[in-house]
Write a protein that binds this ligand. Structure first.
Ligand SMILES: [Zn+2]
Length: 446
């Protein structure tokens, strides 16, 4: 758990590797464009009208279509030669997560056509149910997940990620058309899934509830196929359940060699680390606190300091005496820099620890916690509620740290995952004009 600043070597190696990978990918994409040509021009019949500011890459990303397939479908040899107003054909199967607005469409009319709740679609698309959409505008049906064609019982829509990369977090979503208590499990262990929004389905007044939850994958989980299950108790008392396969894809994390000074015995160090982990585990495994945040996280520092050791680095102590996986992201921020809450939350810990030094842990609800180690000083006390952007401490080098830096960690159900994607990913982007029924603060969570 010892933190080191001197890891530029490994992050540089990673940068070189990713540049090489990018070059290869671009080359493959070009090959695919040249080879597929007309052959790939099977389209779904849907079209997309190019808007100001669009690039082919941004459209491909927005519609979740591989760039080379979109280029090939439209026989584009120069992907930079897009014109505003140009009509692009969409390849077959492209609209699985997205539909394209037709002239006169609103979220309501699309919801009706697709048999979905307008409220949910409005939330997913950060708009209101009645807002006019421009023809060709992509409208999301699901976020970060692939809808499966196998709804079951009262579960009308299920979005389960087909693949999650080691160290990343998947998103599970379900829409049910009557009040029920949905449960989810990952390989038999319970996952938190909870109601995020309740809305009316149509004029007949049917109610739908949108359930959602994270699927955190540890950097050390073996790649392979795992089972994600959803279940609920039917009115006749029978448990209705369905399992979905999810592939955990391996990721190559950089390796960092660490030599402990002669006066530090590696095994004693490991024992101390374990003791501290045993103290913290029950704290960050709680799932009772209601959701405190909805928007993407803010960076926990005032500016974008360089990363000195990314999440997932595999640390090899004294040539194999023991290994550990870096459970967070290290930023080279100077001592005394304010550390900011990335989202609303409740302070659960603000205390000095042996390995992590002066530490603050925030509970953001729904089983999601963030941790800040090696602080010079904590500016909050346990039980205090903080808002996104509030200062919670100062960067330091307390505990087992070799230099001033911030270690930022994100845990869901106790599993440490890569915190960086949370800077761009909302739980749900809620437009202020929509009133949501969300879970009530019935528990204190402390
Ligand atoms: Zn660290």
């Amino acid at each position: 758990m010892t933190e080191k600043l001197d890891t530029y070597g490994s992050s540089q190696r990673r940068r070189v590797t990713s540049r090489l990978l990018l070059t290869c990918l671009l080359f493959l994409a070009l090959l695919a464009i040249l080879q597929q040509g007309r052959a790939a021009a099977q389209t779904s019949g849907d079209t997309y009208v190019v808007q100001r500011g669009d690039t082919l890459a941004s459209i491909a990303s927005e519609l979740d279509i591989p760039l080379e397939i979109l280029a090939a479908t439209n026989q584009l040899t120069d992907i930079n030669a897009l014109k505003v107003g140009q009509v692009l054909l969409l390849p077959e199967g492209a609209a699985r997560r997205t539909v394209i607005a037709r002239p006169g469409d609103t979220i309501q009319s699309i919801a009706e056509r697709e048999g979905l709740s307008d409220l949910r679609l409005a939330i997913l698309n950060s708009t209101t149910p009645t807002a006019r959409l421009f023809p060709g505008q992509p409208v999301r049906l699901l976020r970060d997940t692939v809808p499966l064609a196998t709804p079951f019982g009262s579960v009308k829509i299920v979005g389960v990620p087909s693949t999650i990369v080691q160290g990343q977090t998947g998103w599970l979503e379900a829409e049910v058309d009557r009040p029920l208590s949905l449960e989810a499990s990952w390989n038999g262990a319970p996952l938190g899934i909870r109601p995020l929004a309740i809305g009316r389905k149509d004029e007949t007044g049917g109610e739908v509830t949108v359930w959602g939850g994270h699927v955190p994958i540890s950097a050390s989980l073996e790649p392979g196929v795992y089972s994600l299950s959803l279940s609920y108790e039917a009115t006749n008392g029978v448990t209705v359940s369905r399992s979905f396969p999810v592939f955990v894809q391996g990721h190559i994390f950089p390796v960092q060699d660490i030599r402990l000074p002669a006066d530090k015995d590696a095994l004693v160090e490991q024992e101390i680390s374990q003791e501290e982990l045993d103290h913290l585990s029950p704290i960050w495994s709680r799932t009772v606190t209601p959701i405190q945040w909805r928007n993407p996280f803010l960076l926990p520092l005032q500016s974008d300091f360089p990363t000195t050791s990314p999440y997932g680095v595999s640390r090899n102590y004294n040539s194999g005496q023991y290994f550990s996986i870096h459970t967070g992201q290290d930023f080279a921020a100077p001592g005394g820099s304010p550390v900011l809450a990335p989202a609303d939350g409740i302070v659960t810990i603000a205390e000095p620890l042996t390995v992590r030094g002066i530490s603050v842990i925030l509970d953001h609800g729904a089983g999601l916690f963030t941790g800040y180690w090696h602080l010079q000083e904590a500016l909050v006390v346990p039980g205090e509620k903080v808002r996104a952007g509030d200062p919670i401490g100062l960067v330091g080098t307390t505990g087992r740290s070799t230099g001033e830096h911030l270690h930022w960690e994100l845990r869901i159900y106790g599993v440490a995952v890569d915190p960086m994607p949370f800077l761009t990913r909302p739980l749900l982007a809620v437009p202020s004009t929509i009133e949501l029924e969300v879970e009530q603060e019935t528990e204190e969570g402390q």
